[in-house]
Design a binder for this molecule. Structure first.
Ligand code: FMN
Length: 226
């Protein structure tokens, strides 16, 4: 009886310590985003093939909403007559077959996701030779002020610093989404407390008209004019 209790104690303690380590690793960003996902998250991927120019729109996202921004950018390029692949960064094996690349990431802790920065680093030799555009989604842009715009712009600094050799032709920040139902327990707790302090409510702050207009009038000419 005493042995069973001791064993149970050891098992229970290990589970508790393991859970604590896991939660802390997610909270402090040591663990990759995918371990923080809840089950109903979808990552959009697609291809359209109409024209000669081949463009990749690659993204990093942990709740899936940045993938929909990537898709709306791709839709514009498709209409303009390009072959466009929309891909989650982890599914891109090489960028060497593309004429231009758009890379976007959701923001976590004032930066692109580490995976997205690593993607630029790993592919920098090829990316140096073609037009590249960066974008991000964030909640700083819930507020329509110059200060918020500057904060959002500063979220590109870590990637610019990590891979200064890549000089994007354009960098654009868009409003993102706050949906607590898509966050795991730890992220939900952290975000609820942070967003309450900042006065950001739950909601979808993406402006797809603005995103499409940027894709058509700014990104497309920069990516396709040599
Ligand atoms: C853990 C966590 C940290 C975040 N940190 C920031 C931040 O520092 N600044 C900001 O503006 N938005 C921040 N956000 C908001 C996300 O960038 C925004 O919700 C984004 O639209 C999520 O995109 P996704 O659905 O593709 O993951 C954070 C969100 C989470 C869940």
């Amino acid at each position: 009886m005493e042995n069973i209790n001791r064993r149970q104690f050891v098992v229970n303690s290990s589970m508790a310590v393991g859970g604590l380590i896991g939660a802390s690793a997610i909270a402090f960003g040591v663990m990759p985003a995918k371990f923080a996902y809840t089950s109903d998250i979808k990552f959009v991927e697609s291809s359209c093939a109409s024209g000669k120019k081949k463009i990749l729109v690659a993204y990093e996202s942990y709740c899936g909403t940045t993938s929909e921004v990537a898709q709306s950018i791709a839709n514009v390029f498709c209409k303009q007559g390009a072959k466009v692949d929309v891909r989650h960064i982890e599914n891109v094996k090489t960028v060497s077959s593309y004429d231009a690349v758009v890379i976007g990431s959701a923001v976590k802790s004032s930066s692109w996701y580490p995976n997205a920065i690593e993607f630029i680093k790993v592919n920098q030799v090829q990316l140096k030779q073609i037009p590249v555009v960066y974008f991000l989604t964030c909640l700083a842009l819930y507020f329509d002020t110059d200060e918020a715009k500057n904060v959002a712009k500063s979220y590109f600094n870590p990637v610019l610093k990590a891979v200064p050799e890549i000089k994007p032709k354009e960098m654009q920040a868009f409003g993102g989404v706050l949906d607590y139902s898509k966050l795991n327990m730890v992220y939900k707790m952290v975000m609820k407390s942070k967003m309450k302090k900042k006065g950001v409510p739950e909601g979808d702050f993406r402006d797809f008209n603005k995103i499409e207009s940027w894709a058509e009038n700014t990104a497309w000419p920069l990516l396709t004019t040599v």
